[in-house]
Design a protein around this ligand. Structure first.
Ligand code: SAH
Length: 347
């Protein structure tokens, strides 16, 4: 038996891999190792969640952002982005439409747009929870202060997605301007956990300057932090960013990492991301077959979808919500999975 496979088995037996061992796994794997990890991961996800795939309707409610992340298409320096923001009423309407389509989790995501006060956001959250008490509300608004996270949690928010982007501080500093801090992002994640949010961390695979050592550190971070959710997708360049000429991340490595995350944290809620569906037409199906159990279709109004372009060629920006819902149902059926009409909480 090969060395990588031996290490995958150790992981499957709940044993700790140290950084050097992670580096071995990540730099030495073959297609067979990847297939092996995928079948183990799929078995684990079937054992915990059956053949059910949880869906989250995502409303991208503003692309206005005070930050200038070098990889991101809605960074503040991008003069070519057509900016928009949805009103509280429009956000709620998207969710109402989603409810009719069977969504029981709404994800509200945006750039860091300070025109939405915490009070206003709390109003949206409590309104949604009041109208749809059987639904979960997930927020993905970036870095806020503890008091804001606390108020939003008290208003009824259940989950929060904040990818750490990289567990390596020096790497973080190559992806972000000096005014942003790795320590602050990590502190936010700690606070979210402490406040009782189901918390999501995550990375882009193949972001510029990422090394296998960085990813090894990400895996060690996941092991220690134990996020309830992990968002992993390939880095994809955006034409109006400083990283426009950087190569995209590896599709195969992304699939392998999904499997490794499932094996490391058996009950983690793991989306097959839109970026994975963008890099390959069957990316989301393959993601599920590699151990993912969540899909996050777009509920944003068709008129703004093309404006929330984090990277080039993002899929599903022309469709209406109902089309996305139907399409996914078919795609999941085609690989023997079923879309679940439930909140899909962490077990
Ligand atoms: N403002 C929020 C939401 C950010 S967008 C926040 O700060 O958390 C959600 C995720 O998209 C980011 O965390 C990042 O990992 C990913 N993303 C951004 N640009 C990307 C790109 N060019 N390729 C792939 N993923 C990207």
């Amino acid at each position: 038996m090969g060395r990588v496979r031996e290490l995958i088995d150790r992981l499957g037996e709940n044993k700790h891999l140290d950084k050097a061992e992670w580096v071995e796994v990540l730099s030495g794997f073959t297609d067979e190792d990847r297939e092996y990890a995928a079948s183990l991961a799929r078995e684990i996800s079937l054992a915990h969640y059956g053949n059910k795939i949880f869906i989250r309707g995502i409303v991208e409610f503003s692309n206005i952002c005070k930050n200038d992340c070098l990889y991101c298409g809605i960074r503040r320096s991008n003069q070519n982005a057509q900016r928009y923001r949805l009103t509280a009423e429009e956000i709620c309407e998207c969710c109402d439409e989603g409810y009719e389509l069977g969504f029981r989790t709404f994800v509200l995501q945006s750039g860091e747009d300070k025109s939405y006060s915490t009070e206003m956001l709390c109003g949206i959250v409590s309104k949604l929870k009041e109208k749809h008490p059987d639904c979960a509300v997930t927020l993905s608004l970036g870095e806020l202060e503890y008091e804001d996270y606390k108020a939003l949690r008290e208003a009824g928010a259940d989950r929060y997605l904040l990818r750490h982007e990289t567990a390596n501080k020096a790497h973080y500093e190559k992806l972000h301007p000096a005014e942003m801090s790795w320590e602050h992002r990590m502190k936010c994640l700690e606070q979210l956990k402490e406040l009782g949010y189901q918390t999501g961390a995550g990375i882009m695979v193949g972001s510029p300057y990422q090394t296998v050592e960085c990813i090894a550190e990400d895996m060690l971070f996941f092991e220690k932090f134990k996020p309830e959710m992990i968002g992993i997708g390939p880095f994809l360049p955006h034409k109006d960013t400083p990283f426009k000429d950087e190569p995209k991340g590896s599709y195969e490595l992304t699939l392998f990492l999904l499997s490794l995350c499932r094996i490391l944290l058996p009950r983690v809620l793991l989306p097959a991301t839109t970026a994975l569906g963008t890099i390959h037409p069957l990316g989301r199906e393959e993601g599920v077959k590699a151990g993912a159990n969540v899909i996050m279709p777009n509920l944003s109004p068709t008129a703004v979808r093309k404006k929330y372009m984090l990277y080039d060629n993002k899929i599903c920006t022309g469709d209406e919500s109902a089309q996305c819902r139907g399409c996914l149902e078919q795609r999941m059926k085609s690989i023997g999975y079923e879309v679940a009409v439930t909140r899909g909480d962490f077990k």
